[in-house]
Design a protein around this ligand. Structure first.
Ligand code: HEC
Length: 141
């Protein structure tokens, strides 16, 4: 029994520090987010608002948006954008543009930029968890 518990603890620790990434780990670049901002204003801003705030009928892409999507992986959000948006012209944007727009949405919600662009590949996006709150490893200050 004791061995099983120890093994479980070890695998939990390695899962936390290993390849599993989250949106807090700098999963897009500033350049990508600014490309995404342009594409967003051209294709999404008309409905979701220039500041992503939404309207009475159209959901915001900031604020309550984050807890709503939290707990999934990033491919789920990109998939939704790819297949359900832009409403009226669904599927009209390239995978690269959808990744750029997702980068802009992440930036708009306060998730940090990093050194590597968000991949347009669904399998890579699946390796990134969308967590509303940063998992605490140690105190920041
Ligand atoms: C013509 C208006 C329109 C355009 C353009 C549009 N959307 Fe939407 N979007 C909507 C509506 C309406 C919903 C709610 C759909 C529903 O609940 O089924 C929505 C829902 C969403 C959601 C889900 C939000 C949530 O938390 O439920 C996301 C993400 C999203 N849109 C992203 C985008 C992106 C990115 C673009 C541009 C590529 C875009 N939308 C363009 C109208 C639009």
């Amino acid at each position: 029994m004791r061995k099983i518990i120890l093994g479980l603890a070890v695998s939990l620790v390695t899962a936390g520090s290993g390849h599993a990434k989250s949106v807090w780990d700098g999963v897009y670049t500033e350049d990508q987010a600014s490309r995404g901002a342009t594409a967003y204003q051209q294709n999404c801003g008309r409905c979701h608002g220039p500041n992503l705030g939404g309207t009475f009928e159209i959901p915001p892409l900031v604020g309550r948006f984050v807890p709503y999507w939290s707990g999934s992986t990033l491919d789920v959000l990109v998939d939704y954008i790819t297949h359900a948006m832009p409403l009226g012209r669904t599927g009209s944007l390239s995978p690269a543009t959808n990744a750029d727009i997702t980068a802009f949405i992440l930036k708009s919600n306060g998730f940090p930029a990093g050194a590597k662009e968000l991949s347009a590949q669904s399998a890579d996006q699946k390796a990134i968890t969308f967590d509303a709150t940063k998992k605490k490893r140690s105190k920041a200050h």
